[in-house]
Ligand binder design. Structure first.
Ligand code: ASP
Ligand code: MG
Length: 404
């Protein structure tokens, strides 16, 4: 008998019919002889709707009250799912994050989990029942309700799986797995049977939203295997787990892309210690999220610094750069919000030379100019014009023969 945590996203519990389908799946899992802990997201787009509602009565959106409001979405879903389970003769009890013993820090709307107690869930399992837990929420060390940031139900599920010693965390949504590229862009993209935690972190960081980044991090740190699969087909999906040292790793597992960022270039700053430090401290103080940073070699004592930020952070970032342009003697602050990132990710890259050459040649053959490059041991990312990114993804997917 194994213990699985089954997490169902918003689309999987969007309406009464979907809720009953989920209850049916949980019942089948139990009939197979396994123990189940369920984690649910809010139904459909409910979290967005609650945020919109809050915006209609408040401009300040106090964090404590936002958490109280948003946590209601998951509460509703868990109670309804339990009712559907009862109707199938499956004993099930719902638990808020607080009741499940998910203890967080005090940062409202983006709290971090400090500890998972889980005592009541263990008792519930021992009594032969199915605990159904509200995702995305916890209780702070100050005893207030908190939420974990958007997509936080994935983190709840992985954290519970780790705390309860579950054999796996099954993540159900309308996405049937992790693909070699976005199937909307690449028609012959393949579902991967398996990816390593390291690859999944890179795939998630560079464009795939299939599992929340923090959940993948948590799973890697605690060795929780995640099975990413669809609640619409119930077919096997993609296993995210420790790489098998006995198996040869694919050179490239996936090509990802991301159009959510913009580029800023601060030109002709003096090439001397302290310039980048001053600029990036000020950006950090404004909570600007930075991604790629490139500084050119200087020819004449000055250099250009380019970096990318989420488009949503662009106005704040530009303000900071313009405010500091004089102080750091920059010639100009240039922006470009028509860029995109394309990345190739693969654990086998570590031991296979020539991957970057293939990437650059492929882009060159398609007349795609590379504006910035960054790498990790298992990833190569290029910034290209947004208008050419889909062509870049298709070309790279073909060049590495990732298709069916
Ligand atoms: N309902 C929350 C959100 O939409 C949490 C989640 O779905 O994971 O962000
Ligand atoms: Mg959601």
């Amino acid at each position: 008998m194994s213990l699985v945590v089954q997490k169902f996203g918003g689309t999987s519990v969007a309406d009464p019919e979907r809720l009953r389908a989920v209850a049916d799946h949980v019942a089948r899992t139990r009939r197979r002889g396994d123990q189940v802990v369920v984690v649910v997201s809010a139904m459909g787009k409910e979290t967005d709707e609650l945020i919109h509602l809050a915006g209609q009565v408040s401009t300040t959106l106090p964090g404590r009250e936002m958490d109280m409001l948003l946590s209601a979405g998951e509460r509703k879903a868990m109670a309804l799912l339990c009712m559907a389970l009862h109707d199938l003769g499956i004993p099930a009890d719902s638990f808020t994050g607080s009741q499940a013993g998910i203890i967080t820090d005090t940062f409202h709307t983006r709290a971090r989990i400090l500890e998972v107690k889980g005592d009541r869930l263990r008792q519930c399992l021992a009594a032969g029942k199915v605990p159904v837990v509200a995702g995305f929420q916890g209780v702070s060390t100050d005893n207030d309700v908190t939420t974990l940031g958007r997509g936080g139900s994935d983190t709840t599920a992985v954290a519970l799986a780790a705390a309860l010693g579950a054999d796996a965390c099954e993540k159900y949504s309308d996405v049937p797995g992790v693909f070699t590229a976005d199937p909307r862009v690449v028609p012959d993209a393949r579902r991967l049977a398996q990816v390593s935690f390291e690859e999944m972190l890179e795939i998630t960081a560079t464009g795939s939203g299939v599992v929340a980044f923090r959940a993948v991090e948590f799973a890697r740190n605690h060795g929780v295997p995640i099975h990413v699969r669809s609640s619409f087909s119930w077919e096997p999906g993609t296993w995210v787990r420790e790489e098998d040292p006995a198996m040869e790793q694919p050179v490239i597992s996936a090509v990802t892309h991301d159009t959510s960022e913009a580029k800023i270039t601060v030109t002709r700053v003096p090439d001397k210690p302290g310039i980048a430090a001053r600029l990036f401290r000020s950006l950090a103080d404004e909570n600007v999220n930075l991604d790629m940073i490139v500084q050119n070699v200087s020819q004449d004592g000055t250099t250009d610094i380019s970096f990318t930020v989420p488009k949503t952070d662009l106005p704040a970032a530009v303000n900071v750069c313009q405010d500091h342009a004089g102080e750091i003697s920059a010639a100009a602050v240039l922006t470009d919000d028509t860029i995109a990132k394309v990345s190739v990710v693969g654990a086998g890259m570590k031991t296979h030379p020539g991957v970057s050459a293939t990437v650059f040649e492929t882009l060159a053959e398609h007349g795609i100019n590379i504006e910035m490059i960054s790498t990790s041991p298992i990833r190569i990312t290029c910034v290209v014009a947004a208008a050419q990114v889909e062509e870049a993804v298709l070309a790279l997917h073909g060049a590495f023969e990732l298709g069916d």
